[in-house]
Design a protein around this ligand. Structure first.
Ligand code: RTP
Ligand code: MG
Length: 141
């Protein structure tokens, strides 16, 4: 299995619940390492650009509104099979369908406010990491 990097976002609902530490602990317990991290308040442009693939979808406006509703924590996670491992830890997009013990099952309430984002492919991970971090802000460990 290859060592990969993936972009994770702890979304405004989970930050508001004071669950940053519990969520990061799940990544670390699964063997993923935080190699970059920062807290940000996204504006419409930054959030809209991040989710540009969903621009034509009916939920896009609500998605941007939610992602700008409070601070988020963006991180680069590194480890074996990091992209799929993070998606497994997160659970299904809709928390009502997320498997027990996943982050979304335990911390999310609705499909809109679903606690975390994780890159869905190697191509997305490369784009999303570069969207938030300069190379010099990433600290390999
Ligand atoms: P994310 O990008 O945030 O990690 O979530 P995901 O891959 O599991 O889901 P994606 O299809 O990329 O959708 C991005 C976010 O848009 C919201 N969404 N709402 N109302 C709806 O039908 C709907 N579908 C998606 C979710 O908040 C999802 O995380
Ligand atoms: Mg997605």
């Amino acid at each position: 299995m290859a060592i990969e990097r993936t972009l994770s976002i702890i979304k405004p609902d989970a930050v508001a619940k004071n669950a940053i530490g519990e969520i990061i602990a799940r990544f670390e317990k699964a063997g993923l390492r935080v190699v970059a991290a920062k807290m940000l308040k996204l504006d419409d442009d930054k959030a809209g650009g991040f989710y540009a693939e969903h621009k034509e979808r009916p939920f896009f406006k609500d998605l941007v509104g939610f992602m700008t509703s409070g601070p988020v924590v963006v991180q680069v996670l590194e480890g074996e099979d990091a992209i799929a491992k993070n998606r497994d830890l997160m659970g299904a997009t809709n928390p009502k369908e997320a498997a027990p013990g996943t982050i979304r099952a335990d911390f999310a309430e609705t499909i809109d406010a679903n606690a975390v984002h994780g890159s869905d492919s190697a191509e997305s991970a490369a784009r999303e990491i570069a969207y938030f971090f300069q190379d010099s802000e990433i600290c390999p460990r």
